[in-house]
Design a binder for this molecule. Structure first.
Ligand code: GLC
Length: 624
């Protein structure tokens, strides 16, 4: 009897059925990836036996949810998921504190809560929690793993799904493996990329670009104590894991399954394009990355099929969609809609919706089974991964254009309402990125400080319009915590030596509960935003036309600052119209099919030559 048969003889019918469905493919992929390893089957068998152990350990309520979701595989593709991402320390200090704040989360209509990294991570060398020292321990300031499981249970009782990062490209230098590697244990050095001399690192440096050119230059770090170079694509304290070693893959899969068993519904695969390194390449998006992601998907389908994989693929537009895999061999369930996000801010700075329209046209041509996570802001900077091949046809040169965007959005232009800050400004490449909260980028900060009420009003209108645009895109909308009350930039990070060099902390400030209190005080910024977003969320959930698999297309508006987006199913036709300019405009659309109702204002109108106020929007709907 083979070892896998021995495992299966102990397994229940559910596990066996899932296993039999997928094992052949898993075996092929694993043995192909590890063909140079002496006995790949031995490693595969220990992977499978671990999978079985995690399946057995999974608690009944999670197994029930797996079965329900297996029977309804489109459960996340409808119009009823609405997300928010937040840092527990900023929002509620601790996980126990979060339990007490769940009413607020529900009041925001949120049923998909992304808790930013909360696992053990050394203070001052944590990259916002993205340098994990122990995948099975919660950062002690935030609570314990039991607290986490309890919050997850409480969320599940309310119908809230939990997303958590799985930081798989690297560990902290304080992780046990790293410590043992540093102490000279060969087995652990082989889990990372260790080199005695700089010869090979120098060869990597020739083709491998830098992620943090200013805050963490280079892709390697010299370890004086053990006199070796270690690969560190991100910060020097984040050591890249070597997935050529099957032990690394197996152990990291077990860490992922451990977290899934604590109640995580959505696993965010952090920095996934970077996980396979190869000399002579840029070490991003290599075919082996897709093999690993596909294997992880299979592993989840066998052990915990209710769990979704969200890929963090912040890459050029053509590199993103391949992470969905194919319909027969899917990889991630969901991906960030990073190009639309960046193109939106490009439109804000230029008032020209052309590139954004083109981006939506590209998305519209993708299979409807691809589910994107839409967002305006997140914890990271805005990188200008725009379609410069397309823009160059209009004489737009990448360096100069990025400079314009950054100058505009940091308020350097006299007419700019934005108050952003640069991030990793690399003068050599002219490639700075941008930080700031939505409200600060759309004028609420500048005009608030200037005491200009009309300006603030206009900023709030724009803030609502951008959210309406984001929420009408195909996929799952995710709010950045604080945006629902128009939180502004928080400059206090500059006084904290652990944060001062990383301007992403500009938009990672403590949640302002004092401002949230004002969400029911009429006339306040918080009131206007909170209730507008609440209304949009209700509208979205009430109309089937917002389901992710409903086709969409753009319309020509013959006006460069307006964008019109149509979504249509058998029951309804929706037209979202957005004005990205400070002037009233006319969207010269001509849909000759009767009277529409603007779901936001209740006004009735034809979808022809639509006049649209400065920075305003319409959500027109017609029942069929
Ligand atoms: C991801 C995270 C980012 C972090 C990086 C390294 O890109 O979103 O915040 O710095 O991974 O882990």
């Amino acid at each position: 009897m083979s070892l896998t048969k021995a495992i299966l003889s102990e397994a229940d019918r559910t596990f066996t059925a899932r296993f039999e469905k997928h094992y052949d493919e898993l075996k092929w992929l694993y043995c192909e990836l590890y063909q140079d390893v002496p006995d790949p089957m031995e490693h595969l068998v220990s992977l499978v036996s671990g999978m079985h152990a995690y399946y057995n350990e999974r608690k009944p309520s999670l197994k029930e949810s797996d079965l329900r979701r297996e029977a309804d595989p489109d459960w996340y593709k409808r119009n009823d998921l609405y997300g928010m991402m937040l840092y527990v320390n900023c929002f509620s200090e601790t996980l126990k504190g979060l339990e007490e704040k769940l009413d607020y989360i529900s009041e925001c209509n949120v049923n998909y809560l992304h808790l930013m990294p909360l696992l053990a991570s050394p203070k001052g060398r944590s990259d916002g929690g993205y340098a994990v020292a122990d995948f099975r321990q919660v950062q002690p300031d935030l609570g314990t793993m039991d607290d986490f499981s309890r919050v997850a249970d409480k969320c599940h009782e309310r119908g809230i799904n939990i997303a958590l990062d799985f930081v798989m490209n690297h560990t902290s230098e304080d992780h046990e493996w790293a410590k043992r590697a540093r102490a000279g244990e060969r087995e652990y050095q082989d889990r990372y990329f260790f080199f005695d001399t700089f010869d090979i690192p120098a060869m990597y440096e020739k083709t491998c670009p830098q992620v943090f050119p200013t805050t963490a230059p280079g892709n390697f770090t010299w370890l004086e104590d053990c006199r070796k170079h270690v690969m560190t694509t991100f910060y020097p304290y984040q050591w890249d894991l070597n997935y050529r070693n099957p032990e690394v893959l197996n152990e990291m899969v077990f860490n992922m399954l451990y977290l899934a068993n604590r109640g995580v519904d959505i696993i965010r695969l952090d920095a996934v394009p970077y996980i396979w390194k190869q000399l002579g390449t840029n070490c991003r998006n290599l075919p082996q990355v897709h093999t690993i992601v596909r294997m992880m998907r299979i592993i989840c389908e066998i052990v915990c099929p209710g769990v979704l994989m969200l890929g963090e693929v912040v890459m050029a537009p053509d590199k993103v969609a391949p992470y969905f895999g194919t319909p027969e061999k899917p990889e991630c369930h969901m991906l960030y809609n990073v190009t639309t996000m960046a193109s939106t801010w490009n439109t804000v700075a230029t008032r020209d919706a052309g590139l954004l329209k083109r981006q939506l046209d590209i998305l519209a041509s993708l299979p409807r089974t691809y589910i994107f996570q839409n967002y305006l802001r997140c914890h990271d900077d805005i990188g200008w991964g725009l379609d410069y091949d397309y823009l160059s046809a209009f004489g737009i040169e990448e360096g100069a254009h990025k400079k314009y965007l950054n100058d505009y959005l940091t308020g350097k232009w006299p007419d700019s309402f934005s108050r952003g800050e640069l991030y990793n400004d690399d003068p050599r490449l002219r490639d700075a990125r941008l930080c700031g909260t939505t409200a600060s980028l759309v004028g609420v900060e500048r005009f608030g400080f200037e005491g200009n009420r009309a300006g603030v009003d206009r900023g709030v209108t724009y803030d609502i319009t951008l959210h309406a645009f984001m929420m009408s895109q195909s996929g799952i909308p995710v709010l950045y915590s604080g945006d629902e009350i128009g939180m502004l930039n928080d400059y206090s990070y500059k006084k904290d030596p652990d944060k001062a060099a990383d301007s992403r902390y500009l938009h990672r400030g403590d949640f302002r509960w004092d401002l949230a209190e004002r969400r029911n005080e009429e006339g306040t910024v918080q009131y206007r935003l909170f209730h507008a977003l609440d209304k949009l969320a209700h509208i979205r959930a009430a109309h089937s036309v917002f389901e992710a698999e409903v086709p969409f297309r753009t319309l020509d508006t013959w006006d460069q600052s307006t964008l019109a987006l149509v979504r249509e199913n058998d029951e309804e036709k929706f037209i979202g119209i957005y004005n990205f300019s400070e002037f009233d405009r006319v969207a010269w659309i001509n849909e000759e099919d009767g009277i529409y109702t603007d779901l936001i204002s209740g006004r009735e109108m034809e979808a022809r030559g639509v006049q649209i106020p400065a920075f305003g929007c319409y959500w027109l709907l017609r029942k069929k």
